[in-house]
Design a protein around this ligand. Structure first.
Ligand code: SF4
Ligand code: SF4
Length: 184
Protein backbone atom coordinates (compact mmCIF):
# COMPACT_ATOMS: atom_id res chain seq x y z
CA UNK A 1 0.00 0.00 0.00
CA UNK A 2 1.35 3.42 -0.94
CA UNK A 3 2.58 5.54 1.94
CA UNK A 4 1.22 9.08 2.03
CA UNK A 5 3.88 11.63 2.89
CA UNK A 6 2.53 14.90 4.14
CA UNK A 7 4.06 18.03 2.63
CA UNK A 8 6.00 20.15 5.12
CA UNK A 9 4.89 23.75 5.35
CA UNK A 10 7.91 25.97 6.13
CA UNK A 11 7.40 28.67 8.70
CA UNK A 12 7.97 32.34 7.95
CA UNK A 13 11.56 32.36 9.26
CA UNK A 14 12.53 29.42 7.04
CA UNK A 15 10.75 31.00 4.09
CA UNK A 16 12.80 34.18 4.51
CA UNK A 17 15.98 32.08 3.89
CA UNK A 18 18.01 34.48 6.08
CA UNK A 19 18.72 31.91 8.80
CA UNK A 20 19.42 29.16 6.27
CA UNK A 21 21.77 31.45 4.31
CA UNK A 22 23.67 32.31 7.51
CA UNK A 23 23.94 28.61 8.39
CA UNK A 24 25.36 27.94 4.92
CA UNK A 25 27.89 30.76 5.28
CA UNK A 26 29.02 29.34 8.64
CA UNK A 27 29.71 25.97 7.02
CA UNK A 28 31.55 27.62 4.11
CA UNK A 29 33.63 29.86 6.40
CA UNK A 30 34.50 26.94 8.70
CA UNK A 31 35.71 24.92 5.70
CA UNK A 32 37.69 27.91 4.38
CA UNK A 33 39.46 28.31 7.76
CA UNK A 34 40.25 24.61 7.89
CA UNK A 35 41.72 24.75 4.41
CA UNK A 36 43.80 27.84 5.23
CA UNK A 37 45.09 26.91 8.67
CA UNK A 38 44.52 23.21 9.16
CA UNK A 39 46.19 21.83 6.05
CA UNK A 40 46.47 18.34 7.44
CA UNK A 41 42.67 18.14 7.23
CA UNK A 42 42.66 18.73 3.48
CA UNK A 43 41.82 15.57 1.63
CA UNK A 44 42.65 16.93 -1.83
CA UNK A 45 45.90 15.49 -3.19
CA UNK A 46 48.07 18.11 -4.87
CA UNK A 47 48.52 15.99 -7.99
CA UNK A 48 50.92 15.65 -9.76
CA UNK A 49 53.37 16.90 -7.10
CA UNK A 50 51.84 14.57 -4.50
CA UNK A 51 51.00 11.06 -5.55
CA UNK A 52 49.37 8.41 -3.49
CA UNK A 53 50.32 4.79 -4.07
CA UNK A 54 47.64 2.78 -5.78
CA UNK A 55 46.16 -0.15 -3.87
CA UNK A 56 47.86 -3.46 -4.64
CA UNK A 57 44.77 -4.71 -6.50
CA UNK A 58 44.35 -1.63 -8.70
CA UNK A 59 44.08 -2.44 -12.39
CA UNK A 60 46.46 -0.36 -14.45
CA UNK A 61 47.62 -0.35 -18.02
CA UNK A 62 47.99 -3.80 -19.49
CA UNK A 63 51.33 -5.49 -19.94
CA UNK A 64 52.31 -8.55 -21.90
CA UNK A 65 54.44 -11.03 -20.01
CA UNK A 66 57.53 -12.77 -21.37
CA UNK A 67 58.87 -16.29 -21.32
CA UNK A 68 62.31 -17.22 -20.00
CA UNK A 69 63.71 -16.68 -23.49
CA UNK A 70 62.21 -13.16 -23.49
CA UNK A 71 59.57 -14.02 -26.11
CA UNK A 72 55.98 -12.99 -25.54
CA UNK A 73 53.99 -15.59 -23.59
CA UNK A 74 50.84 -14.92 -25.59
CA UNK A 75 49.88 -17.80 -27.89
CA UNK A 76 47.19 -15.81 -29.75
CA UNK A 77 44.38 -18.03 -28.48
CA UNK A 78 41.95 -15.08 -28.62
CA UNK A 79 40.36 -15.88 -25.27
CA UNK A 80 41.01 -12.39 -23.94
CA UNK A 81 39.61 -10.75 -27.08
CA UNK A 82 36.54 -13.00 -26.85
CA UNK A 83 35.98 -12.18 -23.18
CA UNK A 84 36.47 -8.45 -23.66
CA UNK A 85 33.09 -6.71 -23.33
CA UNK A 86 34.40 -3.56 -25.02
CA UNK A 87 35.70 -5.36 -28.07
CA UNK A 88 38.89 -3.36 -27.79
CA UNK A 89 41.52 -6.08 -28.19
CA UNK A 90 42.80 -6.78 -31.71
CA UNK A 91 45.02 -9.80 -32.19
CA UNK A 92 46.41 -11.14 -35.43
CA UNK A 93 47.85 -14.63 -35.06
CA UNK A 94 50.96 -15.83 -36.88
CA UNK A 95 52.90 -19.08 -37.09
CA UNK A 96 55.52 -19.44 -34.40
CA UNK A 97 59.12 -20.19 -35.30
CA UNK A 98 59.22 -22.37 -32.18
CA UNK A 99 57.74 -25.77 -33.14
CA UNK A 100 56.50 -26.30 -29.58
CA UNK A 101 54.27 -23.25 -29.86
CA UNK A 102 51.48 -23.16 -32.41
CA UNK A 103 50.86 -19.46 -32.70
CA UNK A 104 52.14 -16.08 -31.59
CA UNK A 105 50.53 -12.68 -32.01
CA UNK A 106 51.96 -10.71 -34.91
CA UNK A 107 49.66 -7.87 -33.83
CA UNK A 108 48.38 -7.30 -30.32
CA UNK A 109 46.62 -4.02 -29.84
CA UNK A 110 44.36 -2.63 -27.13
CA UNK A 111 42.31 0.51 -27.66
CA UNK A 112 42.60 2.07 -24.24
CA UNK A 113 39.87 4.60 -24.98
CA UNK A 114 37.38 1.76 -25.31
CA UNK A 115 38.79 -0.30 -22.43
CA UNK A 116 36.74 -0.21 -19.22
CA UNK A 117 39.50 -1.84 -17.12
CA UNK A 118 37.22 -4.69 -16.12
CA UNK A 119 40.07 -7.21 -15.96
CA UNK A 120 38.21 -9.90 -17.91
CA UNK A 121 41.14 -10.26 -20.31
CA UNK A 122 43.66 -11.20 -17.63
CA UNK A 123 41.09 -13.48 -15.99
CA UNK A 124 40.48 -15.26 -19.29
CA UNK A 125 44.13 -15.75 -20.22
CA UNK A 126 45.29 -19.33 -19.59
CA UNK A 127 48.97 -18.41 -20.02
CA UNK A 128 49.55 -15.54 -17.60
CA UNK A 129 50.38 -13.62 -20.74
CA UNK A 130 48.46 -10.43 -19.99
CA UNK A 131 48.33 -8.63 -16.69
CA UNK A 132 46.99 -5.32 -15.46
CA UNK A 133 49.28 -4.92 -12.47
CA UNK A 134 51.59 -2.37 -14.11
CA UNK A 135 50.64 0.33 -11.61
CA UNK A 136 50.45 2.94 -14.38
CA UNK A 137 47.46 4.18 -16.29
CA UNK A 138 47.03 5.49 -19.78
CA UNK A 139 48.16 9.08 -20.13
CA UNK A 140 46.06 11.60 -22.05
CA UNK A 141 46.83 12.02 -25.73
CA UNK A 142 45.74 14.48 -28.39
CA UNK A 143 44.64 11.83 -30.87
CA UNK A 144 42.46 8.76 -30.50
CA UNK A 145 44.99 6.73 -32.44
CA UNK A 146 47.65 7.33 -29.81
CA UNK A 147 45.49 5.49 -27.28
CA UNK A 148 45.84 2.28 -29.26
CA UNK A 149 48.57 0.51 -27.40
CA UNK A 150 50.48 -1.90 -29.60
CA UNK A 151 52.33 -5.08 -28.66
CA UNK A 152 55.66 -3.32 -28.47
CA UNK A 153 54.38 -0.90 -25.80
CA UNK A 154 52.59 -3.62 -23.87
CA UNK A 155 55.75 -5.71 -23.88
CA UNK A 156 57.85 -2.81 -22.62
CA UNK A 157 55.92 -3.01 -19.34
CA UNK A 158 56.15 -6.80 -19.29
CA UNK A 159 58.48 -8.94 -17.24
CA UNK A 160 59.30 -12.65 -17.20
CA UNK A 161 56.65 -14.95 -15.81
CA UNK A 162 57.40 -18.59 -15.06
CA UNK A 163 53.78 -19.49 -14.34
CA UNK A 164 52.89 -22.82 -15.94
CA UNK A 165 51.28 -22.38 -19.34
CA UNK A 166 47.66 -23.34 -18.90
CA UNK A 167 46.97 -21.05 -16.00
CA UNK A 168 48.23 -22.99 -12.99
CA UNK A 169 48.96 -20.40 -10.32
CA UNK A 170 52.07 -20.66 -8.19
CA UNK A 171 52.47 -17.90 -5.64
CA UNK A 172 56.25 -17.62 -5.92
CA UNK A 173 55.96 -16.97 -9.68
CA UNK A 174 54.38 -13.66 -8.84
CA UNK A 175 56.89 -12.49 -6.30
CA UNK A 176 58.79 -9.39 -7.34
CA UNK A 177 57.07 -9.13 -10.71
CA UNK A 178 55.01 -6.06 -9.92
CA UNK A 179 56.16 -2.82 -11.39
CA UNK A 180 56.79 0.12 -9.11
CA UNK A 181 53.34 1.23 -8.05
CA UNK A 182 52.78 4.89 -7.63
CA UNK A 183 50.07 7.27 -8.62
CA UNK A 184 50.62 8.72 -12.08
S1 SF4 B 1 40.19 -4.72 -19.13
FE1 SF4 B 1 38.17 -5.41 -19.90
S2 SF4 B 1 37.64 -3.88 -21.46
FE2 SF4 B 1 39.84 -3.64 -21.07
S3 SF4 B 1 40.85 -4.91 -22.61
FE3 SF4 B 1 40.57 -6.18 -20.76
S4 SF4 B 1 38.62 -7.25 -21.07
FE4 SF4 B 1 38.68 -5.53 -22.51
S1 SF4 C 1 44.14 -14.97 -23.62
FE1 SF4 C 1 46.34 -14.76 -23.17
S2 SF4 C 1 47.35 -16.17 -24.57
FE2 SF4 C 1 45.25 -15.90 -25.33
S3 SF4 C 1 45.40 -14.25 -26.84
FE3 SF4 C 1 44.91 -13.29 -24.88
S4 SF4 C 1 46.87 -12.72 -23.94
FE4 SF4 C 1 47.29 -14.18 -25.59
Amino acid sequence: MAKVVSRMTPDLITQSYVVEAVKGMVVTTRQLMRNLFGRKDIVTVQYPEDRRPYPARARGKHRLMRRDDNQVRCVACMLCATACPSNCITIVAAESADHDIEKVPSTFEIDLLKCIYCGFCEEACPCDAIRMDSGVHALPTVTRKAQKTAKIDLLSLGSPSIASQGGQYRAHDHEGTQHGRSGH
